[in-house]
Design a binder for this molecule. Structure first.
Ligand code: ASP
Length: 305
């Protein structure tokens, strides 16, 4: 995919081994289409890419179909532990939170960490306390829990496994965007893995792994086996390939997905480079995704379609 149009965006709702042909994905597709449309309208109104990725991830956190915010997966103790990150490609400013249980919108808290604290990353109770101190919306932890996630946890417990979300239901959410000024931004949000050990942290809130943006190179948001994306240093490695080798965005992302596979992981990413080129590769059977093409038309796909 390529574009001379400066405004571009992509969002994802997780990657996994869903049979996209035989599954009913209409609700997910409709949600992705609507949320991409909101992001596009915001960018067209002159907003920056940071505002667009924050809004789109916030909408995905509100949507119970995805593993972020409402509808997030549950840990071994039946609790949510939410991770999120956001990054501004203009100056690599970034914010991340991990293990939050009360911040209604983890991505908004991540942005507040970036803009309203001198730090980059907050964890657990301290992150939730910061959310309150900064006057952001707070909810009881039960707010995030849906019936479906409760059943998934029961199944995982019965089998005695830790389930990568993309092996059961989808999925971590993320957004990347390029605004009319050519600035890039990325944001990602997740509940992590079903039946995970309390305290486990994946790639989503790790800047340079699951979330990355730099105007000189690209914005990237990942989904999949978090441990392997961390080992691959996914976002930083895509940046390095674009910066120091002749690789284009598609090649850089494909090579890093090969590295993830080499570590035994699966998943995908959405990425946008400084020219507005998009790459949305995955090495699982499917990845929920939506994007805006060169003509400003919204596309939605789940499998190879
Ligand atoms: N990457 C996420 C994590 O490891 C999970 C996912 O993308 O579904 O926490």
């Amino acid at each position: 995919m390529s574009s001379s149009s400066p405004i571009r965006l992509a969002i994802h709702g997780g990657a996994g081994d869903l049979d996209a042909v035989n599954s009913d994905t209409r609700a997910h597709r409709a949600a992705l289409h609507a949320i991409a449309g909101e992001g596009l309208a915001l960018l067209r109104s002159g907003a920056g890419s940071l505002d667009a990725v924050e809004l789109m991830v916030q909408r995905l956190e509100e949507c119970p179909l995805f593993n972020a915010g409402v509808g997030a997966v549950l840990n071994r103790d039946g609790q949510v532990e939410l991770d999120a990150a956001i990054m501004d490609g203009r100056d690599r400013a970034c914010g991340a939170v991990t293990g939050v249980q009360r911040a209604k919108y983890p991505v908004r808290l991540a942005r507040a960490v970036m803009e309203r604290s001198p730090h980059v990353m907050f964890m657990g109770a301290g992150a939730d306390a910061l959310n309150r101190e900064l006057g952001l919306e707070e909810v009881a932890p039960e707010y995030f829990i849906t019936e479906e996630r409760f059943h998934q946890l029961k199944e995982a417990r019965a089998k005695g496994v830790i389930v990568l979300d993309h092996d059961s239901a989808f999925g971590t959410v993320g957004a990347v965007a390029r605004d009319a000024q050519g600035h890039l931004a990325a944001a990602t949000s997740t509940g992590g893995l079903t039946n995970k050990h309390p305290g486990r942290v994946g790639d989503t809130p790790i800047i340079g792994a699951g979330t990355f943006a730099d105007d000189q190179t690209a914005a990237v948001s990942c989904t999949g086996t978090g441990e392997c994306f961390i080992r691959a240093g996914f976002g930083f490695a895509v940046d390095a390939r674009l910066r120091y080798t002749p690789a284009d965005l598609a090649t850089a992302c494909a090579e890093q997905l090969d590295a993830v596979r080499g570590y035994g992981g699966r998943g995908g990413c959405i990425a946008i480079d400084r020219h507005g080129l998009l790459a949305l590769p995955f090495n699982s059977r499917a990845m929920y995704r939506a994007w805006v093409d060169a003509d400003g038309v919204i596309g939605v796909a789940v499998g190879e379609d």
